[in-house]
Write a protein that binds this ligand. Structure first.
Ligand SMILES: *[C@@H]1O[C@H](CO)[C@@H](O)[C@H](O)[C@H]1NC(C)=O
Length: 155
């Protein structure tokens, strides 16, 4: 054995070992910075409840969803997407930042009953979608208990 050769071999092994030690350090940052690992599909953590409201009164259907990235919340009434102030600034329905649906006033006419129905909220991100339980919004009868409204006079 020549001692110089032994030394060269050792240096080479040490170099190899330090290179191998670098591997996790080189790989880890790319791995760790991938946010996808922490992402998760939406889940509804607060479901809307059935509501009975009076015509002309404000109302709120609650919905709260978790997910990563933060899911986009949409509302459906009787299976059709509800248009809110996001699409039409004049809408009497507002999508609150929390995900809840707020009605400035419940619209309910003889022919047009746009607010009464069965609602669900749906939360979506790129990993999937979660749909809430059904919540029915019912407009209280004007002639029901305590339902005699202004504009009606009994002489
Ligand atoms: C929710 O409401 C929709 C539309 O009214 C209906 O088709 C569906 O069966 C309901 N689902 C449940 C779980 O009650």
């Amino acid at each position: 054995m020549w001692p110089w050769k032994d030394g060269a071999m050792r240096r080479r092994l040490l170099l190899l070992r330090s290179l191998l030690c670098l591997v996790p350090a080189l790989v880890a940052p790319t791995f760790g910075s991938r946010p996808r690992l922490e992402d998760f599909s939406p889940r509804i953590v607060e479901h809307p409840s059935d509501l009975i409201v009076s015509k002309g009164e404000p109302a709120t259907l609650n919905c709260k969803a978790e997910g990563r990235p933060t899911p986009i919340v949409e509302w459906y009434k009787d299976g059709e997407r509800v248009e809110t102030d996001k699409e039409d600034p004049r809408s009497h329905r507002m999508l609150l930042p929390s995900g809840s649906l707020f009605f400035l006033r419940i619209v309910h006419g003889r022919r047009s009953k746009p607010d009464e129905g069965v609602y669900v909220c749906a939360a979506r991100n790129y990993l999937g979608e979660a749909v809430s339980r059904n919540a029915s919004l019912e407009v209280a009868s004007e002639w029901g208990p305590g339902g005699l409204r202004e504009g009606v006079s009994c002489v």
